[in-house]
Design a binder for this molecule. Structure first.
Ligand SMILES: [Zn+2]
Length: 146
């Protein structure tokens, strides 16, 4: 678990997270912990990076891209943080992936999907930074290598 990333952004960012009701307070607590209180636009899609990039739900992806555009225009965001979480129902429902507790393949699956979205972001917005994190159900957060 990390209490803060290696650096706290000095600019506004956009946070993409899952809708999961179990982690709403933990998500805000994480952003506060890394010094981003009231400095991020928040886009919520079930599955986070999966929701934004899943081929079977292109309108979700369009919603994500539209919000990136308006966040840039209104708040000059410079980075996108992707916040995945463990035991995500969207990964189960959309991909049929079920992970056990302390399952090492879970982080790999999230990193793979987040990495795919990062590539798409870089294609459309090469000047935006992208980082990805995985939150456990206790609110602990690790950064994913993407
Ligand atoms: Zn989820």
């Amino acid at each position: 678990m990390i209490s803060s990333p290696p650096h706290t952004p000095v600019q506004n960012i956009l946070l993409l997270s899952c809708m999961d009701l179990r982690l709403l307070d933990e998500t805000v607590a994480f952003m506060d912990r890394i010094g981003m209180t009231n400095r991020y636009d928040h886009v919520i899609l079930a599955g986070a990076s999966l929701g934004a990039s899943y081929d079977g739900l292109p309108h979700w992806g369009q919603t994500f891209w539209d919000h990136v555009d308006i966040a840039r225009e209104l708040h000059d965001i410079r980075e996108i943080y992707i916040l995945e979480h463990s035991q995500c129902g969207a990964y189960r429902k959309l991909l049929g992936l079920v992970f056990g507790e302390h399952d090492e393949t879970e982080a790999l699956a999230h990193a793979e999907v987040a990495s795919r979205l990062k590539s798409q972001i870089r294609d459309r917005h090469p000047d935006l930074g992208v980082r990805a994190f995985l939150m456990d159900l206790s609110g602990g957060v690790t950064e994913l290598a993407i």
